[in-house]
Design a protein around this ligand. Structure first.
Ligand code: BG6
Length: 481
């Protein structure tokens, strides 16, 4: 299958924090893959900038190692790798001082797109943005890319927005939520807005409830200290889950363009009701030795949640009365992210009481085994009258689109969109603030309640309380498998 790709202009991309984990694991391998596909024009350059003292050759060697570590061998063609490494330069830089900035300025060439990727602690965003602007390295057309965590509450998010806004305009700022770069997350929009089939039913009159699950098998591992200051609500709900919720719940935008999309998402966030204490369940995995949250977090008294389930209500005409249930957690039974839309019962059954009715459910599997599944009722084959049965109209994207389907990593797509100057899949400042404005009271309520998260077994489906959240409403979570 030959993909149609929108070409990009020649660019200089500077990665601050280029020696860090995200850069080695995602950003540089992602760029390599786009290079391999011929999508990066000759003459473009990638400049690593970090504190470590090294020269460009040492940086190229480091990147070569990172490619071997994080990409399959079949993708590493020697000539292609050499061409990619040739594109790289490195400057040792002090984000808060003067060292390295003149070298960086000297490396920039006129007439190219300039993008600055800040893969560094948010505390450095303002320092770097200031130096880029004041030293004339960034101009009116340059782009600046920032990563989560974008604040830890509304106040800190506002401060970050304000410090970036002192040097860059909103249309130059690209706030990454890598979930928006996932192919299947973009598919949510295609399913909703490129088909007539679902949209007429996509409202409280026909949808009983929506479940959004992002389950992970990994624990907090080596990130224990960071994670313990964050927890699942800040780490996953405020950003990734909120974005999924918005894509499911938003009104159709007039166009697939940045502001039309982001205006509609913002309206959803602003229409969210405050969550009642009884509608949030927090959990912590408690296992043996290393398989224990408290051990991994290095904090025996931690009250941070590694799992959260909550029930949300959206107060607008479309969704009033349809609950949205969210759950996400670490060290669960399986890695499975999906959205399930459960439809209501038909108003009248012509087949009589003896036929057991089952709901129609549309499941959009985000990862792994990306695909869609629609459960519909059919007649059970054979004699014996009209017996009904529910079956799955199941489509795996890999099967439907061919075995060689190569789903690009979210970062590949997002970085190329930065170069193209397309902000559709990035969060606007007001969107991030609105999400924090909704999350802050949830966090405060938890703080005030002061209880410990409920324990759950590593490898399970989460704490008992999460099951109860559904059972009380006479509903069930879909199995995590
Ligand atoms: C990150 C979180 O943003 O997303 C991690 O900080 C989480 O805790 C990760 O594991 C999940 O991303 P993915 O792409 O593996 O679903």
């Amino acid at each position: 299958m030959v993909a149609r790709v929108i070409p990009v202009d020649c660019f200089d991309l500077v990665i601050f924090g280029a020696t860090g984990d995200l850069s080695r694991r995602k950003i540089l391998p992602g760029l390599y893959r786009r290079w391999k596909e011929g999508q990066i024009p000759e003459g473009s350059r990638i400049v690593g900038a970090a504190r470590s003292e090294m020269d460009s050759d040492a940086f190229r060697a480091m990147v070569g190692d990172a490619l071997s570590e994080f990409l399959p061998e079949r993708e590493l063609l020697p000539e292609t790798v050499a061409g990619f490494l040739d594109m790289l330069d490195y400057v040792t830089i002090d984000a808060r001082g003067d060292a390295g900035w003149p070298d960086l300025a000297n490396l920039m060439r006129a007439g190219k797109v300039r993008a600055f990727y800040l893969s560094v602690a948010p505390a450095l965003f303002g320092d770097i943005a200031k130096r880029l602007k004041e030293r004339g390295i960034a101009d009116r057309d340059s782009r600046i890319v920032v990563e989560k965590p974008f604040g830890k509450d509304l106040e800190t998010a506002r401060a970050l927005n304000a410090s970036l806004a002192s040097y860059f305009n909103e249309d130059q700022i690209y706030r990454i939520d890598h979930y928006l770069g996932k192919e299947t997350v973009q598919n949510l929009m295609a399913v909703r807005f490129a088909n007539i089939l679902f949209e007429p039913l996509w409202n409280a009159q026909y949808v009983d409830h929506v479940q959004i699950t992002v389950a992970e098998t990994v624990g907090v591992g080596g990130r224990g200290e960071y994670y313990d200051n964050s927890g699942a609500i800040r780490d996953m709900v405020q950003n990734h889950m909120m974005q999924l919720l918005c894509l499911i719940a938003m009104e159709p935008p007039s166009r697939f363009d940045p502001d039309a999309m982001r205006d509609e998402k913002l309206k959803v966030i602003r229409a969210l009701d405050p969550v009642a204490p009884s509608e949030v369940v927090r959990g912590q995995y408690r296992g043996k030795d290393d398989d224990d949250y408290l051990t991994q977090a290095g904090n025996p008294d931690s009250r941070t949640e590694s799992f959260v389930a909550m029930k949300l209500h959206i107060s607008n005409w479309r969704w009033k009365g349809t609950p949205f249930y969210l759950r996400t957690g670490k060290r669960l039974r399986a890695r499975a992210s999906e959205i399930a839309i459960t439809f209501k019962e038909p108003p009248h059954s012509i087949f009589g009481e003896s036929n057991q009715w089952r709901e129609n459910v549309l499941v959009i599997r985000l990862q792994p085994d990306e695909g869609m599944d629609l459960r519909v009722m059919i007649k059970e084959p054979g004699p014996g009258g009209m017996r009904l049965k529910d079956v799955a109209l199941d489509m795996s994207f890999a099967e439907a689109l061919g075995d060689d389907l190569d789903i690009p990593d979210a970062y590949e797509r997002l970085i190329m969109d930065v170069i193209r100057g397309n902000q559709t899949l990035f969060m606007r400042g007001d969107e991030v603030e609105a999400a924090w404005a909704w999350v802050d009271p949830v966090l405060e309520m938890m703080e005030a309640r002061g209880d410990k998260p409920e324990s759950y077994e590593p490898g399970s489906a989460g704490p008992e309380g999460s099951l109860m959240l559904m059972h009380r409403d006479d509903r069930r979570w879909r199995e995590i498998k």
